[in-house]
Design a protein around this ligand. Sequence first.
Ligand code: OAD
Length: 227
Amino acid sequence: MKNIVILSGAGISAESGIQTFRDTDGLWENHSIKDVATPAGWRKDRTLVLEFYNQRRRQLKDVKPNKAHELVKALEAFYNVQIITQNIDDLHERAGSTNVLHLHGELNKSRSANNAKLIYSQDGDINIGDKAEDDAQLRPHIVWFGEDVPLMSEAEKIVKEADILIVIGTSMQVYPAAGLVREISAECTLVVINPNDTDFDFNGRAVHIKENATKGMTYLYNELATK
Ligand code: OAD
């Protein structure tokens, strides 16, 4: 079986009702990255940071995977499918996908504020005073700006083995995630699904399906499922 690698971003979950970050009305329009997505923001106001991610976690209970997530799962009948997602939601898993690597962390996990290796599953809110086993405050298991991306080298290895890389619903503005595209082999087919253009330079290698995720994946699935 050939290897399909999916690099997904917030746009794949947009039609499920989850806001993207950088579109008009995106999350970063109304929240400051500095305040809620950096170690400095955490040091300044833990309550604000916890509440931001608690809201996002609560919202997960009201949304469902959409057809794009489902079609990514359905490709597993024909290909080895590995997902590398920048998303912190669990919609790929809830659509049934088997191999999901969360580059930027997961809303449904928490970790010790002092030890990135002490990770827990997290169902409800994280509150001030909730402690890890090392007695440190729990924080969301999210990679904030300025922090290392621990799964990056694993993601690079996966991308190097891709026969087809599908980049779906990401503005390609955040590194090192966006740089993964540079790791593809000379033989790899590169497909981008995004209703908008991005500033990222795909070196002329990308076939751009200029549609939203559900329509773009429907088209691509019909192309790929028959081969
Ligand atoms: P962005 O909000 O930066 O980009 C979302 C992309 O999705 C844009 O290029 C939109 O054109 C596209 N889009 C919007 N609606 C869509 C739809 N229905 N179908 C397909 N595409 C659609 O989100 P990301 O690129 O995921 O990191 O952002 C990367 C990272 O920046 C996130 O993981 C997050 C954020 O800060 C952290 O929080 C660490």
